[in-house]
Design a protein around this ligand. Structure first.
Ligand code: ADP
Ligand code: ZN
Length: 754
């Protein structure tokens, strides 16, 4: 009990999926230094737990006799900055997820658990690899884990002579554990250098497209200059402004970001750059590092301790540039001046578990709270951002050409149906593409071949009863992987052998349908036996770091053809690639998702943009069953405006976003009746609360009705605007029926509709 009489009460949000604020008395010894944002230790349901102080008041909000005392607060350097606190509150309100849940997403685990770890920066072998190897044998008996790590390191250095290995390079797998590296360093087997070079570019200078001159600033093109001139006055003036930078692939958007960041730094401000995880390659990160020296690169392979260390450095202002994927939107940069969202249309910005936030939209709110400039960049902006630019919310800036005279690729479209008729066979590689590939290989240039389907064949179907072989857990046809000799579920990853006969009817008449990347690999190998093929998809790239090291090998010219799924469509800049082939541009159009045309357009347009980046003439051959489909035709013509105009009017007619706001409610349960009953009950509640001008679809089974053994139903709530949608959800009690074995997921602005 305080003797001075001046009581202080703290409102605390628990870092858990709870929306309530709990109140505690602040003990006198803490009263002088406690602030909102402090992380507090509190008694909670007879345990000690952690929460974040969100308010302080001299007035007890409830009967003071019922209020318990707060136990302790974390050191000041772990205090959540005020704007992050505010941002998390907005996330909670907008995504209906509870403030504690939003805070849990905003605070890295390593900070939550108070883990401290110095960043190990670079790894070097302490002496000759052979000597080290002898050391590893010695070590093997006493410390097998360290020995294994050491062998991995040795293998890496032998494969990359002369290269510098960042300690957090995902290539390292287990060896990346900071503790193991420290032990090895203590034994004098390796050296850990505390230089500026963590996550250094493993691409040899001059071959990764970016080359050794990356730090040098190119002379801006007229378009870049104009775009920068529009934005520059708004850097560091404390007022929120947002821009949509619509620039064709390779038009120099990144260079514009770099200049903006330089302006922000010069004005004493900091900068946040969001990129989709898939483009967060060392190649991309090093471009920022070379320009700005020490930056925080927040990728998904960081250990908790490393992430926490980045968090502290950003929070203290010691580091002022953060480049990262989705969750970096909460990076505690101080004095934020510029927020960049590159490839803003990417669906990976949407988190697919709670809190289901969209990092682009959170980034805009963050910039607004900080009075910073936000720039969303894309060659193929999302319709959402396009509409916002159209209505004046964002200012639209354009980059229509490539610097250095690099020409946009020529595009030829091949009608697969006609090819079929003319050749009498359904080939994966058309005659036109075959010819182009032959020429490309002859000139010793490289090609990228894109097919958005994994596996050998898409599915295995019974010719007698017509059934496809389905996953046992999911309502999905399994994919045949011939190399592995098995069927795999693309949703849950479960595997089974290829059955002799149809599991449904027993007939011995199973047939293989469709075409995936494995089959394309065989087709290409058959046509060009001497070409060096690299296949890249989530099956072949399962190993940690495989993605980066494969790209590096392709950049070094160790392969002629890079074949893959969407992994090959983005973020790559290889000057020697002069041919792009799209095997089946319309492969994803049948998906029952209202964004499938938009996604098809984006992917095809992006992959086409990979051809001919460095002044060499590029060619893209686009094969499609429906070459006339607006998404395919517009992508081939690289005509964004045409696609958007058609697509927007179609969406408007159907009452879909971006014209209307959408929320998706998924109800799932282990038993089918439980899921159905809960969905019906929730459906009645939602319908009863529906405001005028809104529309409800469902409840109905999801496209994937059973996923990992769980039955799923969903409904779609359409509202004219966000406020009405929020009021609708607030007025509907979604809980009835849920306690009986069903779970409810609320997804605002959903991206996945399956
Ligand atoms: P985007 O981000 O739009 O795909 P980049 O910024 O990656 O484009 O630029 C593509 C290539 O052009 C890069 O290799 C980059 O270094 C180079 N580049 C960018 N701006 C200029 C310029 N003004 N002059 C010469 N080269 C440039
Ligand atoms: Zn499955």
């Amino acid at each position: 009990m305080s003797r001075s009489g001046a009581e202080l009460y703290a409102g605390v949000v628990v870092e858990a999926p709870l929306s309530e604020i709990f109140h505690y008395r602040v003990p006198e010894r803490l009263a002088g230094r406690i602030r909102p944002g402090d992380r507090a230790e509190i008694p909670f349901a007879r345990r000690r737990t952690r929460g974040v102080v969100v308010s302080l008041s001299p007035v007890a909000p409830i009967d003071p006799a019922l209020i318990k005392e707060l136990l302790d607060i974390s050191p000041e350097e772990e205090r959540i900055p005020e704007d992050i606190l505010e941002l998390s509150r907005w996330v909670a309100a907008y995504y209906h997820c509870g403030w504690g849940m939003a805070l849990a997403a905003a605070i890295p685990a390593g900070v939550k658990h108070g883990r401290r770890e110095r960043l190990a920066r670079r790894v070097e072998l302490a002496s000759d690899p052979d000597l080290i190897e002898a050391g590893a044998a010695e070590l093997g008996r006493r410390a097998p884990k360290q020995a294994a790590a050491l062998l991995e390191l040795l293998a890496w250095f032998r494969g990359h002579p002369g290269a510098v290995l960042p300690a957090d390079c995902p290539d390292l797998g287990k060896a990346a554990s900071a503790e193991i590296l420290r032990q090895l360093a203590k034994k004098g087997l390796i050296r850990l250098l505390d230089a500026e070079a963590a996550w250094e570019d493993p691409f040899p200078a001059g071959e990764g497209g970016e080359g050794s001159s990356a730090a040098a600033e190119p002379v801006l093109t007229a378009e870049q200059t104009a775009a920068l001139a529009e934005m520059a006055p708004h850097v560091g003036n404390g007022e929120f402004r947002s821009f949509l930078l619509h620039g064709v692939t390779g038009s120099g958007k990144t260079e514009v970001y770099l200049r903006l960041i330089a302006l922000a730094l010069a004005a004493g401000k900091s900068a946040l750059v969001l990129v989709p995880e898939i483009s967060l390659t060392p190649q991309a990160a090093s471009r920022f590092r070379r320009r700005f020296g020490e930056i925080a690169v927040l990728h998904s392979h960081l250990g908790d301790g490393e992430r926490a260390e980045h968090w502290r450095r950003l929070r203290s202002g010691g580091v002022r540039v953060a480049v990262g994927a989705r969750s970096a939107v909460f990076a505690p940069l101080r004095n934020l001046g510029v927020v960049v969202v590159d490839e803003e249309h990417e669906r990976t910005y949407k988190q697919d578990n709670d809190p289901r936030y969209h990092a682009r939209d959170v980034a805009l709110m963050r910039a607004r709270l900080a009075g910073a400039l936000a720039v969303l960049g894309s060659a193929t902006p999302s319709l959402e951002s396009w509409v916002n630019a159209d209505s004046g919310k964002h200012r639209l800036l354009r980059l229509t050409s490539r610097p250095g005279g690099a020409r946009r690729p020529g595009v030829e479209v091949v009608d697969i149906r006609r090819e079929w008729v003319e050749t009498g066979r359904l080939a994966l590689v058309s005659r036109r593409l075959e010819r182009a590939l032959a020429g490309c290989l002859e000139r010793r240039e490289q090609a990228i071949i894109f097919l958005n389907r994994r596996g050998f064949h898409t599915s295995v179907r019974c010719a007698a009863c017509g059934e496809a072989v389905m996953c046992g857990n999911c309502d999905v046809a399994m994919t045949h992987h011939r190399r592995a000799g098995l069927l795999r579920c693309g949703c849950c990853g479960s595997e089974r052998g290829v059955p002799e006969s149809c599991p449904a009817c027993g007939a011995a008449s199973l047939r293989f349908f469709g075409a995936g990347t494995e089959r394309a690999e065989d087709a290409l190998a058959g046509l060009f036996p001497r070409a060096r093929l690299l296949r890249m998809d989530s099956d072949s790239m399962r190993a940690r770091g495989a993605h980066q090291s494969s790209l590096a090998a392709f950049a070094r010219g160790e392969y002629d053809v890079l074949l893959g799924t969407q992994m090959v469509a983005k973020g790559l800049d290889f000057p020697n690639v002069t041919l792009v082939g799209v095997l089946m541009a319309d492969a994803a159009l049948e998906l029952s998702d209202f964004r499938s045309a938009e996604r098809t357009f984006q992917l095809v347009a992006q992959v086409i943009g990979r051809a001919g980046r460095a002044g060499k003439a590029g060619l893209a051959v686009v094969q499609a069953f429906q070459p006339g489909h607006p998404a395919v035709a517009a992508a081939a013509a690289q005509d964004y405006a045409a696609f958007v105009a058609g697509e927007l009017s179609g969406r408007g007619r159907l009452g879909y976003p971006p014209g209307r706001r959408l929320a998706r409610v998924v109800i799932q349960g282990g038993r089918e009746e439980a899921a159905r009953d809960a969905a019906e009950a929730a459906g009645r509640a939602v319908r009863a609360a529906m405001p005028g001008g809104c529309r409800l679809l469902g409840p109905a089974p999801c496209e994937i009705e059973r996923l990992q053994g769980v039955f799923r139903r969903h409904m779609l709530l359409f509202a004219p605007d966000n406020r009405i949608l929020a009021a609708w959800l607030a007025g509907a009690d979604l809980r009835p029926g849920l306690d009986r074995g069903a779970r409810l997921i609320l997804d605002i602005d959903p991206v996945s509709m399956l």
